[in-house]
Design a protein around this ligand. Structure first.
Ligand code: NAD
Length: 253
């Protein structure tokens, strides 16, 4: 019996990195999955999940568009009659422009996907979960939202916003039976951080990646997926309103 056996689950940002690892793990754990991304590669994720024996459908959608988010929730309800868990994971880094060169449009682009996206997912998933009297929501924040670091300004602000959104929503979901948490990855080797790893490999400085981390290495997507699995499963039934760092100890050091 899988830890998400028979549960109707949505993951956004499932074409790559953390979302893809989570989609494959969740399908292997018995979830009935809707894997969402704006990239076509999400079809490969769903296909691989099915080849492993899982139940998965892919959907192309923009996680920052209210119409697309409504359609994504509607697909889960139409396919599986309910929505047990949703992981709002899609995000962009927005790069590392100096503050003086950042435009309002740049900020709006990062905030639309990283912060308004999770807001929309919560907004449209919540009514179904409240009606069921149960459900689990998860948003991907970042250690950049917990403490100062080398991330871009709108990225860090968006992720601090996600943590605040999650805490406030946990409070407002009081008495509904619906839980919500945030996960805060440290440096993880994914599509988003590929330039960092590729650049270090090209310079022969790969060994320096993670030097400041107590575990002396970057994390892998599956190490986030396993925490997501726990938080969205009934095993985390008393974990609510938390921002949980999965960063090798970086934020504690
Ligand atoms: P990734 O680039 O490998 O995956 C992100 C996925 O999100 C991609 O498939 C992309 O197409 C999708 N996406 C982006 N914008 C979208 C949109 N508007 N609609 C639908 N899909 C969209 O990166 P990742 O590292 O796996 O990122 C997953 C999450 O983890 C993000 O929220 C990111 O901010 C967060 N995070 C990553 C790291 C890291 O070091 N990799 C650290 C902290 C937080």
């Amino acid at each position: 019996m899988g830890r998400l056996e028979g549960k109707s689950v949505i993951i956004t940002g499932a074409a790559s990195g953390i979302g893809r690892a989570a989609a494959l793990l969740f399908a292997a754990e018995g979830a009935k999955l809707i894997a969402v991304d704006r990239a076509e590669a999400v079809h490969d994720t769903a296909e691989q999940a099915r080849q492993q024996g899982g139940t998965a459908q892919a959907m192309i959608a923009d996680a920052g568009s209210e119409d697309d988010v409504k359609a994504m929730i509607a697909k889960a309800i139409a396919s599986h009659g309910r929505l047990d868990a949703l992981w709002a994971n899609a995000g962009i880094s927005g790069g590392l422009l100096p503050l003086a060169e950042q435009s309002v449009e740049h900020w709006q682009d990062v905030l639309r996907i990283n912060l308004i996206g999770p807001f929309l997912a919560i907004k449209h998933a919540m009514p179904h979960m409240i009606a069921q009297g149960a459900g689990a929501l998860l948003c991907t924040a970042s250690v950049a939202g917990l403490k100062a670091g080398a991330s871009g300004h709108p990225y860090a602000a968006s992720k601090a916003g996600v943590i605040s959104l999650v805490q406030t929503t946990a409070y407002s979901l009081s008495g509904t039976g619906v839980r919500i948490n945030a996960i805060c990855p440290g440096l993880i080797e994914t599509g988003m951080t590929k330039p960092v790893f590729d650049g270090a490999r090209a310079r022969g400085t790969e060994h320096k990646i993670g030097q400041l981390n107590p575990l002396k290495r970057a994390g892998q997507p599956r190490e986030l997926a396993t925490m997501g699995l726990f938080l969205l499963s009934d095993e985390a039934s008393y974990v609510n309103g938390q921002a949980i760092a999965v960063d090798g100890g970086l934020s504690a050091s």
